[in-house]
Every structure is written in C-alpha cells, then in structure tokens.
Design a protein around this ligand. Structure first.
Ligand code: ZN
Length: 280
C-alpha cells in the first residue's frame, strides 16, 4: 500500500508501556537474601542432556538451577504442587516484566490464580543486559522446542524436544499417564537461553548462551511448587535444536531449605482478587 502523507508522523509517536508495573506488590528482597544466607541444600537432581528432571520445592524454600560441565539452556515448567491447573504463565510474566527476566522479577501463575509463584533472587548472568542484536538472557518469549513444529516444518519424528522431555518428567513425577500429563506442559522460562527478535523481520532468534559452568539462577518458591526442567537438545542454542546434533550438557537443580525463622511472618501470596463474575 502507498504510505499515507502522515506516515512518518504516525511512526514517530512514542510508545507507552502496556502494563506499568510500579503498582505490583514489591517482593521483600532483603528478607529473601537473609533467608538464602541460611539455606542448606536439601536435595539435588540432575536433568540429563536431552532429558528432563522434576523436583518439588516447598513454599518458603529456594531452588537453584546451575550450569555444570558446559554451556546449556534449560526449559522450565512450574506448577502449584497441589493443583496442576495453576501453572506458570509466561505470556503474562512477559507483559508485566518484559521479554527476559532477572533478579527481583517474578514468575506469575495462570488465570484465575494470577499470583507470583516464584521470585528470582540471584542471577549470575544479570551483567549481560541487552546486546547489540537485541538479545538477552532467560526469556519468556519462546515456547519450548516440540516435536509437532518439527513435524510441521520437516516431517520429523524427534522424541527429545523439551516438550516431550517435560511431558515424560511430569508423567513420572505425578503418575499421570503420558497423554494425560502432556496437556499440563506449558510455555517455559528459557533459563540461560539468549534470544530476541530481529529488528528487520521481527523473527524470534537465538544465539550462543553466555552461560558457563557455575552460573546459576536462584528462585524463591512463593507457593508449594512442582517443577520440571529440560536440558534442551539445542545445548547452548548456538546452532540448532530439535535434533541430536548440538553438544548437550546436564543441568543441576538444588533445593535449598532456609532457617524458617528467618522468614518471620512471611506468607504465600493470595490468589488474585478478581471476583470471576465476568459481568453476569
Ligand atoms: Zn528445547
């Protein structure tokens, strides 16, 4: 179409933030830091390369995802440990905090719950910021690699995409049959993954993760959590995923239990206050 005469003027309009987040409840980061100081590792699980592990984190505890052996990206799912319908909502987390998350930001649950499930308390990659390509780390813009898209694009039957890894891990952790577990798998937090959108075509891109062994992301559980973490078949996601081509490494998950007295009268957040009458 031919541009209207005022095209430049319209493009020059400054953006406004969709969801100004300065009215969100502020996490007490000093309290969480003091509790973390007293925390001891109570359990360690490992997501093997191209596979996933599941883990449970009681409210008021922490979990830490650590890169071990080599650069590796992880796809994280979170559920309320007592109600799988309350699960991580990457889209709303993105709307509230932006495309990538770091220390002080929270992982929100799906409707009708919409409350913080978890709060990031440590991110050793927080120095990365936004690179010249518009890339950054720990995104909530991707979905998860899955066998359906691979089949759509190339007719493949690949069984170790994060979607399948998370499905198997959830099935094992809950006892749900595989096909009953699958619908609970959801869009992920892409831990350590470096991603963005190309400016010219707006396409989702990935690039080699800056993560190195020892880097970690530490998260406070605001409610009792069931988590699953997949060590993505893309490895550091520098070239391709959805295949056995990339070099892959395990990811370690530690559950850290603090001295509960440190949390004082902290309580898990309430579910969202909307009355759910939807106008009727
Ligand atoms: Zn993946």
């Amino acid at each position: 179409m031919t541009e209207p005469k005022d095209a430049a003027e319209r493009r020059a309009i400054a953006p406004v933030i969709c969801y100004p987040n300065d009215t969100l409840p502020v996490p007490d980061m000093a309290l969480y830091a003091a509790a973390l100081d007293t925390a001891r590792v109570s359990e360690t699980v490992l997501a093997a390369p191209r596979d996933a592990c599941a883990f449970r984190v009681p409210a008021g505890s922490f979990f830490r995802i650590t890169s071990v052996e080599g650069p590796q990206v992880g796809d994280l799912n979170l559920w309320n440990a007592h109600d799988l319908s309350e699960r991580f909502y990457s889209g709303k987390t993105r709307a509230l905090h932006g495309t990538h998350v770091t220390t002080g930001e929270r992982l929100w649950s799906a409707f009708p719950h919409l409350r913080p499930m978890a709060t990031i308390v440590e991110d050793t990659l927080d120095w990365y910021g936004i690179d010249p390509y518009g890339g950054s780390v720990h995104d909530v813009i991707g979905t998860r690699c899955d066998p359906y898209t691979g089949n759509l694009l190339s007719g493949s039957q690949y069984h170790h995409c994060c979607h399948s890894n998370l499905t198997r891990a959830l099935s094992t952790a809950t006892g749900l049959p595989l096909h009953d577990a699958e619908p609970h798998v959801h869009d992920v937090l892409n831990v350590f993954m470096c991603t963005g959108f190309t400016r010219d075509t707006g396409q989702y891109f990935m690039k080699a993760s800056p993560v190195r062994p020892g880097d970690h992301l530490t998260v406070f559980a605001e409610i009792d959590l069931l988590g699953a973490l997949s060590a993505c078949p893309g490895g550091d996601c520098s070239s391709e995923h959805s295949s056995d081509t990339a070099a892959c490494h395990p990811l370690q998950v530690d559950i850290l239990t603090p001295d509960s007295a440190m949390l004082g009268n902290w309580q898990p957040p309430q579910r969202n206050g909307y009355d759910r009458s939807h106008g009727l």
